[in-house]
Design a protein around this ligand. Structure first.
Ligand code: ZN
Length: 326
């Protein structure tokens, strides 16, 4: 084993020089100055190209209050700067300003120049195309969707709960279980849930396959779909060997009507069956359980003993910590 190679780069968020080990994860490689990880740097790299046709640091972006930008739970590493530059709103699912991308009733349509959605659409309930169709509706014609989600190069998407309908999460001595009453009234219980941001935080609904994503984005009425898969070592964006989960950008095609919003999944061909073996480091599939533990979970759920949305409290806490400067 040779020593890891440290590469010097200029962080394109804070503009400072930093070093990164040439062995990373998209959530790793944090800038020593501002803490921006590879995913955040790759996002702002793509945004800079869209706005200025070249990579410049976020600190050197040109202020423009006419540019209407929406973030969905954007990280403060770039959200704070975007807010000072543009007509920018960072929306949240659990706190103000609220936005549920799966239900955009009351929102102004065709009005945003840029919508940034970083690691959100793997958490929206099925059917997964609704979030993309709504993104199209919120953007102006020619507007930019800047997206990240964890995804693989496998042939299909691993949709963890394809029959999700009325559901809740309960806790027993062994951990957390998801109880779901399907449309056909059958009740199912799942163990081995995957959470992002810690147990009980944000539930992973799926791990996309790139091909499925691209089809859904195209059908939602986007053009010029670009996958930002290259290494940009000048900015410490070392990601090529990651083999997926790259930043994707796409432009709203104003001449196209997006796919219809349906209660069912129009892309059911694109998902693995529950029985299919899926072997990939990004994928932990929940398992359906039956028997006493499942029965108890169903009782808990029916008695309303669902876990108090801990994500709400953790998000409020994080928000306050941010406001108070930790
Ligand atoms: Zn930085």
């Amino acid at each position: 084993m040779s020593a890891p190679e440290y590469k010097q780069y200029t962080c394109n968020l804070c503009g400072e020089n930093s070093v990164v080990v040439d062995d990373f994860h998209r959530e790793g490689g944090a800038c020593q100055h501002c803490g921006a990880n590879i995913r955040f740097r790759a996002l702002m790299f793509a945004l800079s190209h869209h706005l200025y046709g070249q990579p410049i640091a976020l600190t050197n972006f040109t202020p423009d209050q006419n540019l209407k930008v929406m973030g969905l739970s954007d990280a403060p590493h770039y959200a704070d700067r975007l807010a000072s530059l543009f007509n920018y709103t960072n929306f949240f699912y659990h706190t103000k300003p609220f936005l549920d991308i799966c239900n955009i009733e009351g929102m102004a349509l065709d009005s945003y120049d840029v919508l940034i959605s970083s690691d959100v659409y793997e958490h929206v309930p099925p059917p997964r195309h609704v979030a993309f169709v709504n993104t199209h509706h919120l953007l102006k014609p020619g507007g930019l969707m800047l997206l990240t989600v964890p995804y693989t190069m496998l042939s299909k998407t691993a949709e963890h709960f394809p029959h999700l309908n009325q559901f809740g999460v309960v806790r027993d001595q062994q951990g957390m279980l998801l109880v779901n009453r399907r449309r056909d009234q059958h009740i199912e219980v799942f163990d081995r849930l995957t959470w992002h941001g810690g147990e009980g935080s944000t539930l992973e609904m799926r791990v996309y396959a790139e091909a499925d994503l691209i089809q859904i984005i195209a059908d939602a009425g986007f053009k010029d779909i670009k996958i930002w898969h290259l290494d940009e070592s000048e900015f410490g964006i070392l990601q090529a060997q990651q083999g997926g989960s790259f930043v994707i950008s796409a432009i709203k095609d104003g001449d196209r009507t997006p796919a219809a919003i349906t209660p069912y999944d129009p892309y059911v061909e694109n998902i693995y069956s529950e029985e299919a073996e899926v072997d990939h480091f990004l994928i932990n599939r929940p398992v359906r359980i039956t028997g006493e533990r499942a029965e108890n979970a169903i009782l808990q759920w029916q008695n309303g003993k669902v876990t108090k949305a801990p994500s709400l409290w953790s998000k409020i806490l994080r928000y306050l910590q941010r406001k108070l400067g930790k």
